[in-house]
Design a protein around this ligand. Sequence first.
Ligand SMILES: [Zn+2]
Length: 413
Amino acid sequence: MSKKSSGIVRPIASDFRFHDHGHFTRIVLEITESIGFSVFQLAAPNRIVVDLPEIDWELPSKLGLNQSGVLHRMRYGLFKPGESRLVIDLSKPAGVMTAFILESSDGKYWRVVIDLVHQEQALFSDKVGASNRLIVNRLSSPDIKNLNEITGSKTQKVLAQGNNIENLQTPIPQPKPSDKVQEKQKKLPVIAIDAGHGGIDPGAIGISGVKEKDITLAVARQLRKHLLKTGQYKVVMTRSRDVSLGLRQRIAIARRASADIFVSLHADSIHKKNIKGLSVYTLSENASDKEAEKLAEKENKADLLIGMDLSHESRDVQNILIDLAQRESMNLAALLAEKLISQLKVQVTLLRNTHRFAGFAVLKAPDVPSVLLEMGYLSNRQEERLLRQFRYREKLVVAIGRSLDGYFSEVSV
Ligand SMILES: [Zn+2]
């Protein structure tokens, strides 16, 4: 039942169902193979996070979550290589009562089953975080047979156990001094290209259904190719495939590579369908305008969307108080923003007040000048169509390359 892609056989999630049983809500994910999984809850906003081995998603596009009592919305996708994730937004606090996997009665499918029970916020908040995850082991058919023999029951039984395990996030290794020296000797500027969103977080959805995460990755790949071809730059990508990535991880990748510039690529969507144009953002404590502030708020939600457990981390990135070291980076970022605008205005439509400021978390590397490019509005039919075109994206990429040339003619690495 599994399909092959790039030689790897992965289980397929083929359906998602839920049923309100009154005192609890049952969620069922239908899957082609038995798998192990784990589930935990996160607050602010209240979410249920299900971690699975890497699987292929072939769920129906319409899942109709609105009808249910506690479920509000869900997202799914690759969390990191080897690990898929399902994130369910709750409309009211509901903790995990039990979780298990069982084989369907016809033996064709396996079912990941999670029962949620509505509870008071205080009780829910008490058990949040990845360290409180409930782990369910992979079950094979003989296990079930044995269990049935023992219990004498025809019903397949639960094999769920609650285990406290370490937070699965691995610390990002610091660069060895020798690596840094080698990079500096070559004296080529290092450009960190950050394709916004990815994996579980699709970003904005375009008027014809195109996802921001796919547009940003397409531009990132073209930009990498273009910059490498010039022989003038080294490039590091925060992601080069459809995978989820936290805002801190993006910054850490740039810093680990001793990046000289960080360019975060995005494409927004708003309800006013006639609005179009590109804009460039740099970090600031105070937003330049209400729209920029709202946009930063939206982009900063990425960590919530992919179910990052931030309960044990310092709030350094979210907290947009800017220190002295950062001011130097901010001045350089403003210089690059200026170069970007003068190159891009020749090629594409710009939004009025093209250079804007706001508290974007992803721009908060203290020592890497960082800019965020909103390349256009996916809610505008014309601009969405353009961003889907390779040739239009190539225009953007060439203009970005020229502005980097201009920047590094004034700033040495
Ligand atoms: Zn975005």
